[in-house]
Design a protein around this ligand. Structure first.
Ligand code: BTN
Length: 321
């Protein structure tokens, strides 16, 4: 399927004859392969009599060769999977099978993408970024403190360098643009966090997905393409992301979260806002004061400062709103 998709990637019409010759198969075999391709990827193919076949929408596949060529020396090895349940789940399986970190897994599609708090992460073929970076952590809990927030800051810079100036953070590590979610981070651990363990840093970015495609997402969302008004090459985003992650992770490793905390707070869109924190059975209402040196959120609740290390923030609606 992938070689056929690569031939169609240019978005131009290709006759069945031309595709057959390139693939070394008959025209009818091409027709069957195109049916499979549509069924497997969900990518619509236009078929026009006298012209041939072309992809209905633009597509630039993730390309290991391109990614390798653009990587700095000594950077993390990258594998691109065509389809996987979840890049995080696959990373955890590879750790169990003793694959040595660091490494990055990318996928064109996830069939069971995982979001925070048990949510699923919609992951259609070829449209978005599904990225997992696996690292060994042997500095104990200190090395994990604030880590997911640091990843959010790195991702923020990767998106800004792509032209999304107005992107900001929502605790703990959502990235929002104009009140809509554009990216999220899910950290998963394997091993003993107090001793030697591995962390899987899962990042999902809505890159080329459009609302007109009717994806079932239960919260307001946007994508790079929707905001920039043009198709975006995910290989370029991976380059930016790897660069920003290696910079911020090195700083975090050396100085801890306290060295990045001010920058995180300066980019927190809900700083000073009245919020509701959903954690446990009873929602907690308070005002956002900031985060502490472990990345926990500090809220003023009924006049008293309290810290919370998990949960989901929502804005508190006023009675008159
Ligand atoms: C969130 O809920 O905001 C976190 C979303 C994280 C999604 C990414 S996509 C790559 C990696 N693999 C997964 O299954 N989830 C993360």
């Amino acid at each position: 399927m992938l070689p056929l998709l690569k031939l169609l990637q240019d978005g131009r019409f290709h006759s069945g004859e031309e595709l057959g010759a390139a693939m070394g198969v008959s025209r009818s075999a091409i027709w069957k392969q195109l049916q499979c391709l549509e069924a497997e990827t969900g990518l619509p193919v236009h078929k026009v009599r006298g012209k041939g076949y072309r992809l209905a929408n633009p597509l630039i596949l993730l390309d290991e060769q391109v990614l390798r060529a653009q990587s700095a020396e000594g950077s993390w090895p990258i594998s691109v999977l065509r389809s996987v349940d979840s890049t995080n789940a696959e990373a955890l399986r590879r750790l169990l099978a003793r694959e040595a970190p660091p490494f990055v897994l990318l996928a064109e599609r996830q069939t069971a993408g995982r979001g925070r708090r048990g949510r699923s992460w919609i992951s259609p073929f070829g449209e978005n970024l599904y990225y997992s970076l696996v690292l060994r952590v042997d500095g104990g809990m200190r090395q994990l403190e604030g880590l997911s927030l640091v990843v959010g800051v790195a991702l923020l810079h990767a998106l800004r360098s792509a032209g999304l100036e107005a992107v900001g953070l929502k605790w703990p590590n959502d990235l929002l643009l104009n009140g809509r979610k554009i990216a999220g981070v899910l950290l998963e651990l394997s091993g003993d966090p107090a001793d030697v363990c591995h962390v899987v840093i899962g990042i999902g970015v809505n890159v080329n997905m459009l609302a007109s495609e009717q994806h079932e997402i239960d919260q307001p969302w946007t994508s790079m393409r929707a905001e920039l008004g043009r198709y975006f090459d995910r290989n370029e985003l991976v380059r930016q992301l790897n660069g920003q992650l290696s910079r911020y992770l090195a700083k975090h490793f050396e100085f801890g979260f306290s060295a990045i905390k001010d920058e995180w707070q300066a980019n927190h869109l809900w700083q000073g806002r009245d919020v509701v924190l959903h954690t446990g059975a009873t929602p907690i209402e308070g005002k956002v004061l900031g985060v502490d040196s472990s990345g926990a959120i500090c809220l003023r609740v009924a006049g008293v400062e309290q810290r919370f290390s998990g949960g989901e923030l929502g804005l508190r609606l006023r009675d008159d709103s």
